[in-house]
Ligand binder design. Structure first.
Ligand SMILES: [Zn+2]
Length: 250
């Protein structure tokens, strides 16, 4: 795979970085990423990934835009109310970067359809807003052997973690949330600028992981406190009794 003159010009400020270079930009171009959720986190994440030149983006969201989304979802406009988020995100990506091959999927992820919708990607990024989806995505990621970047934001708290095999996201949160299908944002509130911070951080972590910049972040969760404005990282121990990764790759 090589970069055209137009791509070399577009990505010049990436390519000039010693940590990226033409080799790194080609890795981004070769990458296939599934994004679950075109909401608040997706509104920062999807533009950043598309602008960075991720070659193939699948955008999965079954929801339509509501006015109550707009304080944290600048991917959309007032006139978009009632329209599919996945389709609108696709239009945004096409206008931003025609080198990106983007596919919208208007389906709600479940444990049944997750393997079909997520299979074939190099990386899955979950920016959904409920535990049922997060756990279905995580279980499928482990089964498919695809790394999962999980990002979440509620009130003033954010978290971003990369999981590759074991430990998995379920080791982190346990089984208690399987039946919990609440919309955290609707019930608890979330600051719009927080979801943007978390989504941008997730995009940076994803790009670093694809290009191979810095230390491997697998098994580590980054926590952000929007009141004290500070990040800290914790290591997640593998849960010996985890029903998802307990018998998977050691
Ligand atoms: Zn696990």
């Amino acid at each position: 795979m090589s970069l055209s003159d137009a791509e070399l010009e577009r990505y010049a400020r990436h390519i000039v970085l010693p940590q990226v270079g033409g080799v790194g930009q080609n890795k981004l171009k070769a990458a296939s990423v599934a994004v679950v959720g075109a909401g608040g986190i997706g509104s920062a994440l999807i533009p950043a990934l598309a602008a960075a030149g991720i070659g193939r983006l699948t955008i999965i969201d079954d929801d339509v835009v509501e006015l109550g989304n707009l304080h944290r979802q600048p991917l959309f406009r007032e006139r978009d109310a009632g329209y599919s988020k996945a389709d609108l995100a696709l239009q945004f990506v096409r206008r931003l970067n025609s080198f990106v091959d983007a596919t919208p999927v208007q389906e709600r992820i479940t444990s049944e359809n997750a393997p079909r919708l997520l299979g074939g990607h190099d990386l899955i990024i979950d920016g959904s807003d409920n535990f049922a989806t997060r756990l279905a995505v995580s279980d499928a990621a482990v089964a498919l052997g695809i790394p999962l970047l999980s990002a979440a934001a509620v009130q003033f708290q954010g978290q971003v973690g990369l999981f590759r095999g074991r430990p998995c996201y379920r080791c982190f949160v346990g089984d208690a949330f399987d039946a919990d299908d609440c919309d955290n944002c609707a019930e608890l509130g979330v600051l719009g600028a927080l979801t943007a911070t978390v989504g941008s951080f997730a995009a940076l972590l994803a790009i670093n992981a694809i290009v191979g910049v810095g230390e491997d972040q697998a098994g580590r969760v980054h926590l952000f406190d929007g009141e004290t404005l500070s990040w800290r990282a914790i290591r997640i121990p593998a849960d010996p009794g985890c029903r998802t990764c307990g018998s998977a790759q050691g």
